[in-house]
Design a protein. Structure first.
Length: 356
């Protein structure tokens, strides 16, 4: 027989909350609070400082897709934390000394765990690995802004890590596109350098070639054979395209994207020439930094172009100094727009005289 009182008692027991499972203390350690603060820093501010973030699809990519992937790929998470800390240190100088070991520590962990993964990409790691490679390159560039008492050394680490973007993306390009990767907005907006090894597709063949003299001055200093010349031709072609974009008054964020696109596009041999301190390679790099100088007003680039141009000027041989007149003038005046390069007389190029 149905007993309404008994039924009510059973129902009451079923709906009555049982004892709560033990929960972690709501108190967070200082490190956890710092990590939350740095994640917040990334998603609210730092992600918007990426050069491509002016494009809505890429703003969403940096602010939504990348943090989501970071929780699945620890090296990317640590890179985001490092960049958040580095950015915060530029916004709050009073915290800079305390934040410096924080972002150095996170980036050390990111690099240590990221490096072995790049040797074996697969469908579950490719997106995150590619994003991490891009951001590690940006972080390495930012480090060039830190004070140093050491003699000037060319930015070989930045060039090398940025070159890694090309290596990683080219190895997985077709798979990224086929899987509609979160990286696609960046791939489709970037210069078309990932798809084919054909160097001719990356050469600028526009009507203006104002920097060709950089290829022909003192060829004996480089042992200029056909292969060496081709390496320099690619580098100079990109800088000429960059120069033309500056003269046309392209927007700051577009010019910063072009600047950051230089290392992934150039041949790996060019980076070796920079590491060996070959004057021609260093001067080409100085022109790149001079061109971006006026457009450096972003935390990860600010102050770097002048330091690099002046540093290069300080280590090249005297007979090459006149080629640094234009980059040094741009740094002094603050602008490359409207500043024509001092195209030398043919006789000067052939003889290698020290004055134009």
């Amino acid at each position: 027989m149905y007993d309404p009182d008994k039924s009510k008692a059973v129902t009451k027991r079923l709906v009555q909350p049982g004892p709560r499972p033990s929960l972690p203390s709501p108190e967070l350690g200082s490190m956890r609070i710092l990590e939350m603060r740095l994640v917040h820093q990334w998603v609210t501010e730092t992600c918007n400082t990426m050069s491509s973030a002016k494009v809505p699809a890429m703003a969403k990519m940096w602010g939504v897709s990348v943090p989501k992937m970071a929780f699945e790929y620890e090296p990317l998470l640590h890179t985001l934390l490092a960049l958040g800390a580095a950015h915060r240190s530029t916004l709050l100088p009073q915290e800079a000394s305390a934040l410096r070991p924080v972002y150095h520590g996170y980036i050390d962990s990111a690099v240590r765990k990221h490096r072995p993964v790049t040797a074996s990409l697969d469908n579950t790691t490719t997106d995150a690995v590619c994003f991490n490679t891009v951001l590690l390159s940006l972080y390495t560039l930012f480090l060039r802004s830190e004070p140093s008492t050491l003699p000037y050394d060319p930015p070989v680490m930045w060039l090398t890590l940025a070159q890694g973007i090309r290596t990683v993306i080219k190895s997985a390009y077709e798979k990224l596109v086929a899987n509609n990767s979160a990286l696609c907005p960046l791939l489709f907006a970037a210069p078309d350098v990932w798809r084919s090894p054909d160097r001719e597709q990356r050469i600028y063949n526009g009507p203006l070639k104002p920097l060709q003299f950089l290829l022909h001055y003192r060829p004996e200093d480089d042992g200029m054979d056909k292969e060496t010349l081709e390496v320099y031709e690619e580098a100079v072609a990109y800088i000429e395209r960059f120069y033309i974009a500056v003269q046309k008054g392209e927007e700051d964020y577009m010019l910063r994207r072009m600047f950051c696109g230089f290392p992934p596009v150039i041949p790996q041999a060019y980076i070796a020439y920079v590491a060996a301190r070959r004057p021609r390679a260093l001067i080409i790099l100085a022109y790149a930094f001079a061109l971006i100088h006026e457009h450096e007003d972003i935390w990860w680039l600010r102050g770097i172009p002048a330091r690099e141009v002046e540093g290069i000027n300080g280590i090249i041989p005297a007979e090459w100094k006149w080629l640094m007149v234009w980059p040094m003038h741009v740094i002094a005046t603050g602008s490359a727009q409207g500043q024509e390069v001092p195209i030398p007389r043919t006789s000067t190029v052939l003889s290698g005289m020290s004055t134009p």
